[in-house]
Design a protein around this ligand. Structure first.
Ligand SMILES: C[S@@+](CC[C@H](N)C(=O)[O-])C[C@H]1O[C@@H](n2cnc3c(N)ncnc32)[C@H](O)[C@@H]1O
Length: 299
């Protein structure tokens, strides 16, 4: 297995909180990239520049300096409304065990400090980014069904990170890597333009209240950033069981000039997408699920 190919990641040992189960969701908000210049910016500040402002980014989960950081991007990123909610949830013993053993080779903190060498991290496989894998069951199934594709799963949810790593190991999957932190920082600072073969966003938090709509992930600014990271022909696959969010997704994806819809409107559910945990909960409530499948146009 490759060494973790992110250079300049500094993890200092041992000043770890006893709250090993706290989710890594305390990263400060950063502004959505509003202009091409933000998107085009290369690696952010050099390692070490981030430590100002009371950053806790270097606190790892375990006292020996391993595990996902509590606050990987620290305070060196600007404030921004986030699409996720910091929450504390318990990490089970088996999730903690998976994090302790597997994080050093398959995990990556989104500190925003350097570009990831995806080729090295995924042993040369094409890489699809999945934002918000939750507990990771669907991610693991998709990885098993397509071992030649690498899946970079990104989430802030520590129990899910441990769960996905455990699933990968138990199922002998070598094509999954787990990124801890905010997907916006990952896309903006750590992934090279044109480096992704696909983007998956399954059942993102719907933020149903009107005053929270600005927290929804699928927004024009997000897409104009994310599409710069996609290779020509890359698939963008979204799914939601929240009708008003589905409408927003269709509108926003259709308006992004670098994308083309593979269907006249919503897509039929592709067979390759397994049922996800949140989807099951939505179906139990009688919600209708919509898939959207778009393709990055060639340049
Ligand atoms: C509603 S859950 C869906 C989980 C899973 N896809 C499923 O269908 O079961 C949404 C997930 O997205 C994650 N999330 C939301 N915004 C994120 C962001 N900006 N970066 C990383 N993860 C994010 C949340 O932590 C949460 O685990």
């Amino acid at each position: 297995m490759s060494e973790n190919p992110v250079t300049a990641v500094t993890v200092t040992p041992a000043n770890v909180s006893p709250e090993a189960g706290a989710p890594a969701a305390a990263a400060p908000a950063v502004p959505a990239p509003s202009t091409g210049s933000a998107v085009a910016a290369g690696p952010a500040a050099p390692a070490g520049a981030a430590a100002s402002g009371g950053s806790r980014r270097s606190e790892p989960m375990f006292p020996d300096g391993t595990g996902p950081a509590a606050d990987p991007a620290g305070s060196h990123h600007e404030r921004r409304i986030r699409s996720f909610q910091p929450r504390r949830s318990r990490v089970s013993p088996s999730q903690a065990d998976a994090l302790r053993r597997l994080w050093p080779k398959w995990g990556l903190d989104i500190d925003g400090l350097s570009r990831i060498d995806l080729d090295a991290f995924f042993d040369g496989r094409p890489v699809v980014l999945e934002i918000g894998f939750g507990m990771g069951e669907a991610t693991a199934q998709m990885a098993a069904a397509d071992p030649d594709t690498g899946i970079l799963g990104c989430d802030v949810h520590t129990p899910g990170q441990g769960n996905l790593l455990g699933l990968a190991e138990r199922n002998g999957l070598s094509n999954i890597r787990v990124a801890n932190g905010d997907a916006i920082i990952l896309l903006r600072e750590m992934l090279a333009p044109g480096s992704l073969a696909g983007l998956r966003v399954y059942f993102p938090d719907p933020w149903p209240k009107k005053r929270h709509h600005k927290r929804r992930l699928i927004q024009p600014e997000f897409l104009s950033l994310a599409t710069t990271r996609l290779a020509p022909g890359a698939l963008v696959h979204c799914a939601t069981d929240w009708e008003p969010y589905a409408e927003q997704m269709l509108e926003v994806l259709s308006a992004e000039p670098t994308l083309e819809n593979l269907y006249p409107s919503y897509a039929p559910r592709p067979e390759f997408r397994p049922l996800t945990k949140f989807e099951g909960q939505g179906l139990d409530k009688g919600h209708v699920v919509h898939d959207l499948l778009f393709r990055r146009r060639g340049d």
